[in-house]
Design a protein around this ligand. Structure first.
Ligand SMILES: *Cc1c(COP(=O)(O)O)cnc(C)c1O
Length: 385
């Protein structure tokens, strides 16, 4: 089955009792058992729920994975993975990690003995050197936030495999429509389903997908023990959102491409970060690894203090991946918890803005952006050659 067909149908058949076409929301804490000691699919809502099972089977199909385990949020999914580590284990993580995952590693797992080292994962020789001392897990995110660096999953996975190190890929920005890390050698794939998979900014969720039976069993056991389960209504919303994932992603990508090109020609914009642009430093890796270049981009202006964020369409907000376009300021939002010196190393300047391009008509978005940038008109021509 091809991707769009799986998005609409995988894991879902009409309800045998009623013929209901859409997966019912099994809003149940408990399920009647036939007799003491009966073995049945559902007994208690934390352990399993039919709406959640349908979602997991759909997500596994999209990722070409044997297993998918749904969580109450993206960070709950990440935490579940990290909890399997033992004191003394070493994790190599990408330098420009999602802020919430970085905080999780630094404040929840490092204090109990996990060693965390942040490295530039675009620099393969450095990664190879770091792998020389035993590393349990490589944790990467691609494309990255907010500068949209694209990491070579296949190359990193093969370096890791040579050292018996496992690879976790946070693929939230790409979705399974644009890239499938398991097919490229990763062990676990993580998504915040809050973003593109849900797609409508109305649900918080996460998922881990894997072909490894040992990890699937561990994660299922762990979610039973710790309870970070998504509710049935949230699972329903995700199933509903995913049905249009392929359509939305095509539109997100087309819009982002048009906006990236427009921004590049704008006199007040000094840099545009979008892997779809041929001159982008990661364009070739992205072309090899991804079906298209995604709906996220970032750009830089000299000074944001003059800008008027009271726009018609673009909302100034955290998060991404919804049908509506959002603009954010990484230095004071997603990356505010990083010391200024670290932001500078990563290239996150005070003039950097991030766009999550929605599925509105792109001409309207460009009009809004023109309005946003208009106050900089006086400095037109400041763009470096
Ligand atoms: C949002 C996000 C997360 C965390 O997901 P939540 O659903 O907010 O817990 C993890 N990784 C990336 C790349 C994200 O964008």
């Amino acid at each position: 089955m091809k991707f769009g067909t799986k998005a609409v149908h995988a894991g879902q058949v009409p309800d045998p009792a009623t013929g209901a076409l859409m997966m019912p929301i099994y809003q149940n804490a408990t399920f009647a058992q036939s007799r003491p000691g009966a073995v049945q699919d559902y007994s208690y809502g934390r352990v399993g729920n039919p709406t959640r099972a349908a979602l997991e089977s759909n997500l596994a199909a999209l990722e070409n994975a044997r297993h998918a385990i749904a969580f109450a949020s993206g960070v709950a999914a990440a935490d579940a993975i990290l909890r399997r580590l033992q004191p003394g284990d070493r994790v190599l993580a990408s330098m420009d990690l999602y802020g919430g995952n970085r905080r999780l590693l630094k404040t929840m797992h490092e204090p109990v003995g996990i060693q965390v080292e942040f490295v530039d994962m675009t620099d393969l020789p450095t990664v190879d050197r770091a792998l020389a001392q035993s590393v349990t897990m490589i944790w990467i995110e691609t494309p990255t936030n907010p500068l949209l660096r694209v990491l070579d999953i296949e190359a990193l996975s093969s370096l890791a495999r040579a050292c018996s190190t496992m690879v976790v890929v946070d693929s939230t920005f790409a979705t399974p429509f644009l890239q499938r890390p398991l097919d490229l050698g990763a062990d676990l794939v993580l998504h915040s389903t809050t973003k593109y998979l849900g797609g409508h900014s109305d649900v918080i969720g996460g998922v881990v997908s894997t072909d490894r039976d040992d990890w699937a069993e561990h994660l299922r056991y762990q979610i039973t023990c710790t309870g970070a389960v998504p509710g049935p209504m949230d699972c329903f919303l995700l199933l509903r959102g995913i049905k249009t994932l392929h359509l939305r992603m095509r539109q997100h990508c087309a819009g982002a491409w048009r906006i990236a090109c427009w921004l590049q020609g704008h006199p007040s914009v000094s840099a545009v970060y979008y892997p779809g642009l041929p001159e982008n430093r990661d364009h070739d890796t992205a072309t090899r690894q991804m079906r298209d270049y995604g709906g996220m981009l970032a750009f830089e202006v000299a000074d944001i203090s003059a800008l008027d964020f009271n726009l018609r369409l673009l909302r100034f907000a955290e998060s991404l991946g919804g049908v509506e376009s959002l603009i954010s300021h990484p230095a004071t939002m997603s990356h505010a918890s990083l010391p200024g010196s670290e932001r500078a190393i990563l290239g996150i300047t005070d003039g950097l803005l991030r766009l999550s391009v929605g599925v509105e008509d792109v001409e309207d978005l460009i009009e809004d952006l023109a309005r946003l940038l208009a106050p900089l008109g006086a400095t037109a021509g400041s763009r470096p050659a």
